[in-house]
Write a protein that binds this ligand. Structure first.
Ligand code: CMP
Length: 136
């Protein structure tokens, strides 16, 4: 049975700044993701705080929110079978130093903060994150 899912992907400020967006999009397309919608935007820190609310008790929360709002980002809805898990696999480990060869973070990530991409961690959160960027 097919299990088509959607997930939210963000190309983060470090990657947009280095003009890596097309290369990263090509990696998604080569791996059979369809890019259903995309938009390039810069968000306010208060919006980043809302987006990353699940991390609000973490020591890195403030820096994370400052960083995500520090420059333009590209938010995308990606669709394919098992999109959530497959996107996490394609992104690689959160810390680029731990990411496997061939993953986006291994190839382009600079540090655990500047790790080039974000992807939803569950189908449930994917719905919430897609609504955050694309509901009206
Ligand atoms: P992301 O997948 O966007 O989700 C939360 C982000 O917090 C994560 O990628 C990292 O860029 C950032 N981060 C910074 N420090 C840490 C940490 N110690 N553990 C996990 N994520 C971290």
């Amino acid at each position: 049975m097919s299990n088509i899912e959607q997930t939210l992907s963000i190309i983060k400020p470090d990657a947009v700044e280095r003009n890596l967006d097309n290369e990263i999009k090509q990696m998604f397309l080569k791996n059979e993701f369809n890019i259903i919608k995309e938009k390039k935007i810069q968000i306010e820190k208060s919006e980043a705080e809302k987006f990353y609310k699940v991390h609000e008790t973490k020591p890195f929360y403030n820096d994370l929110c400052s960083y995500l709002s520090s420059g333009p980002i590209i938010a995308m809805i990606l669709e394919k079978e098992n999109a959530v898990a497959d996107n996490r696999k394609l992104m690689g480990a959160t810390n680029p130093n731990d990411a496997e060869e061939g993953t986006i973070r291994k190839k382009y990530g600079i540090s655990i903060d500047k790790n080039s991409v974000h992807g939803s961690d569950s189908v449930e959160n994917a719905k919430i994150e897609i609504d955050f960027f694309f509901k009206n």
